[in-house]
Design a protein around this ligand. Structure first.
Ligand code: ATP
Length: 273
C-alpha cells in the first residue's frame, strides 16, 4: 500500500445472513483528501462506513487505517478515527460541556488540553452560549453540531461522516464545507463521507466512489468520472444516474476503456468463502 493512503479496503465484504450488503470492495482513500461515497438507498454506504469505524465486524476482507490493520490493532485504528453517524447519538441528560469532557475522558486526553479544545469547538460550532445547557433542550441541528464537536475533539487523523448535511440549515452547510476544507488542507486530516446530496459531493469532494448493491461501480475525480462516462459537460447527477443504472455489460465496457481488461477481470464480484 502507498504511505499516502489513509484507508485501504481489500476485498471487504459484509453479509447479513444470506444477503450480501457489501461485496468484495477494494478502495483506497488518499491521505488529506475529502473522499465521498455515493450510492442509492441500500447501496451499502453506512455498512461500509461502520466497518471502517470498527462498529461492525466484516464478514471477510481487511481494513487498514493509517497503515494499521483493524483486525490486528482495533484500538489504534479507533483512536485515529472520529465518527459522525447520520443521526446524532448524544446523551440528553448531559450538558454540551459535560458530553465533550466525557468524550475527552474516553480518548484519555489530559484535562487542560480537553478544556481548551472544548472551548475552541463550542465557539466554532456556535454552541458556547449553551455549554451548560442540557443536550435534551437542543434542536436537531444543535445536537448534530455537538456530535461534530465530539468527533473532532481528539483531533483524529481520519474523520468518517455518514450524511454530514442531514438536519443542518444553509448556514450549517456552509460552516461544515469550510471546516472540512480547513481540516484537510491545514491540518492534513482525511475525511471520508457518504452523501445523497450530489451538489455537496461535487463541491467539496476531491474524489468519489459510486457504489450500488454493495459494489464499487466507479471511482475517481469528477473529471475522471465525466471522461469515463463520455460526457464531458455532465453534472454529477447525470454521471451518477448513468453509472448506477448501467448494466453489467455496459459497466465492463466502461471499465475496460479506462483500465484495460485486467481491471475488468479483477473487478468482477467474487464470493469470499
Ligand atoms: P441509505 O442511503 O438508505 O442509508 P446505505 O447505502 O447506507 O443506504 P446500508 O444501510 O449500508 O445502505 O444497507 C445496505 C443493505 O444492507 C440494505 O439492503 C439494508 O437493508 C441491509 N442491512 C443494513 N443493515 C442490516 C441489518 N442489520 N440486518 C439486515 N440487513 C441490513
Amino acid at each position: 500500500m502507498s504511505s499516502e493512503d489513509m484507508v485501504v479496503l481489500t476485498q471487504l465484504q459484509k453479509k447479513y445472513g444470506a444477503f450480501t450488503a457489501v461485496d468484495s470492495v477494494d478502495l483506497r482513500v488518499p491521505q488529506g483528501q475529502i473522499f465521498g461515497v455515493l450510492g442509492p438507498n441500500g447501496a451499502g454506504k453506512t455498512t461500509t462506513l461502520k466497518m471502517i469505524t470498527g462498529l461492525l465486524q466484516p464478514t471477510a476482507g481487511t481494513i487498514t487505517i493509517d497503515g494499521v490493520r483493524m483486525d490486528e490493532d482495533p484500538l489504534t485504528c479507533k483512536k485515529n478515527t472520529g465518527f459522525i453517524p447520520d443521526r446524532p447519538y448524544v446523551y440528553d441528560k448531559l450538558t454540551a460541556f459535560e458530553y465533550l469532557a466525557f468524550i475527552g475522558g474516553l480518548y484519555g486526553l489530559d484535562g487542560a488540553r480537553v478544556a481548551r479544545r472544548i472551548r475552541e469547538l463550542l465557539e466554532l460550532f456556535e454552541l458556547a452560549e449553551w455549554a451548560d445547557s442540557l443536550i435534551e433542550s437542543f434542536s436537531h441541528g444543535m445536537k448534530q453540531r455537538v456530535t461534530f464537536a465530539g468527533a473532532l475533539l481528539p483531533e483524529p487523523k481520519l474523520l468518517v461522516v455518514d450524511e454530514p448535511m442531514v438536519g443542518l440549515d444553509p448556514k450549517g452547510h456552509r460552516l461544515i464545507k469550510t471546516l472540512f476544507r480547513r481540516l484537510t488542507e491545514r491540518d492534513g486530516m482525511t475525511i471520508l463521507l457518504s452523501t445523497h446530496t450530489l451538489e455537496v459531493a461535487e463541491e467539496i469532494c476531491d474524489q468519489v466512489a459510486i457504489i450500488t448493491h454493495g459494489r464499487v461501480m466507479a471511482r475517481g475525480t469528477m473529471e475522471e468520472l465525466r471522461t469515463e462516462t463520455g460526457s464531458s459537460k455532465a453534472s454529477l447527477e447525470q454521471v451518477f444516474l448513468q453509472i448506477t443504472e448501467e448494466t453489467e455489460g455496459e459497466r465492463a465496457e466502461r471499465v475496460a476503456t479506462r483500465f484495460g481488461n485486467a481491471e475488468v477481470y479483477e473487478s468482477k464480484s467474487e464470493e469470499i468463502q
